[in-house]
Design a protein around this ligand. Structure first.
Ligand SMILES: Cc1cc2nc3c(=O)[nH]c(=O)nc-3n(C[C@H](O)[C@H](O)[C@H](O)COP(=O)(O)OP(=O)(O)OC[C@H]3O[C@@H](n4cnc5c(N)ncnc54)[C@H](O)[C@@H]3O)c2cc1C
Length: 337
């Protein structure tokens, strides 16, 4: 177990003070040992994968951070039309996408290049370019910190919704440590036109006719590389603000004012990146935090020295959007507290 580790080194936004304890979880038995250590010392626990959706505070974290490093990927079931692939939580999600698409399996190819681990993917039900992980989750193996037992949660029990699951919403948040995720993938292509807007644009412009999982992966990787920052080089947490949800009445008023309102999963949604861009903030920098000039939804840590800087920048951006549109922007990434 390590002590006094800067959270800035564990997260892609690269901010935050020290974590009092950090324990790598390399095998399943390590999980219970770490929880018992935390319990007997009266300390809270925070589970951390790649830190791509998590931000550290300046005061650091007085508890135990569990670094998910459980490895292994295997095909556990094979049928004529599909396979079930079980991947352990510490695997890099994109590595699993790469391996499975190379074998011609379909279901997660559009999730190519999403930073982070397999274990975090069900937490916010990661999605991109028309696919989300819940589409293919067969089951999730978890360590239950209440019973101290390993158990299997069915897809239904995970209560997946848009960027939501029981792991980040509701009364059971913090109860489960995700050990492994089993994905049912199809043999052969399952994504066909019309695709998600930016993917379709690429297909049209390049007159693509090969929609194999491997080719979709290549297209998505190219599109993403053009506008999204590589966390190895540029510090960010990806999408920084949640999309704004409106009631039908609010949506009607907003549309009259020229606001773009989308229907998504039965809800009225305003893209927060669109709001930030329309507020004239693309490329603008506040307190060392820059609104990406390629994708306004992304806030880049150019030279912020602290979480306090980020907090000031967030307030400034939210205030400008509020004054222009009357919508409240909320932060998407989780904070370690
Ligand atoms: C440049 C960039 C682009 C991005 N693009 C997308 C995108 O297209 N689509 C998308 O959906 N997301 C996107 N994200 C967000 C991010 O990649 C996802 O949220 C991803 O799942 C984070 O994985 P992680 O391992 O880094 O999670 P972390 O940040 O380490 O953890 C995220 C949350 O999951 C919890 N958690 C992590 N592992 C476990 C576990 N084993 N058991 C229980 N809880 C756990 C943590 O406690 C935390 O609450 C992007 C981020 C960046 C930086």
């Amino acid at each position: 177990m390590k002590q006094n580790v800067p959270i800035s080194t564990l997260t892609t936004m690269r901010l935050g003070g020290e974590a009092r304890f950090v324990q790598e979880i390399n095998k399943v038995e390590d999980i219970d040992t770490a929880y018992q250590f935390a319990k007997s010392n009266g300390l809270p626990v925070f589970i951390l994968g790649g830190g791509a959706n998590t931000i550290g505070l300046d005061e650091g974290y007085g508890g135990v951070i569990l670094l998910v490093r459980l490895r292994g990927v295997e095909v556990i079931e094979e049928r004529p039309e599909s396979v079930v692939v079980k991947a352990y939580a510490g695997e890099v999600l994109d590595d699993v996408v790469k391996i499975t698409t190379l074998r011609g399996y379909s279901g997660i190819e559009a999730l190519s290049m999403i930073p982070g681990t397999v274990g975090a993917a069900p937490v916010q039900n990661v999605g991109a370019y028309g696919q989300q992980i819940s589409d293919v989750v067969a089951e999730v193996e978890v360590y239950d910190s209440q019973t101290r037992k390993i158990r299997i949660l069915s897809k239904k029990q995970c209560k997946f919704a848009y960027r939501e699951s029981i792991f980040n919403t509701g009364s059971e948040v913090g109860r489960y440590f995700i050990v492994a995720v089993s994905l049912r993938l199809a043999k052969g292509a399952t994504l066909h036109p019309p695709f998600y807007v930016s993917l379709q644009k690429y297909v049209d412009e390049h007159q693509v006719a090969d929609f194999s999982p491997e080719n979709i992966r290549q297209m998505v990787a190219t599109i993403r590389a053009e506008k999204l920052p590589d966390p190895k080089i540029i510090a960010s947490s990806g999408s920084f603000f949640k999309n704004v949800e409106l009631s039908d009445e609010e949506a009607a008023v907003a549309r009259e004012k020229g606001v773009q309102v989308w229907r998504e999963n039965g809800k009225n949604v305003v893209n927060s990146g669109w709001l930030v861009e329309q507020a004239g903030l693309k490329g603008k920098e506040f307190y060392g935090m820059k609104v990406s000039d390629k994708a306004a939804l992304i806030l880049i840590n150019e030279s912020a020295k602290s979480y306090a800087d980020l907090s000031l920048a967030r307030a400034k951006i939210a205030d400008i959007v509020w004054k222009k549109f009357g919508f409240v922007l909320e932060q998407e990434p989780v904070e370690i507290r």
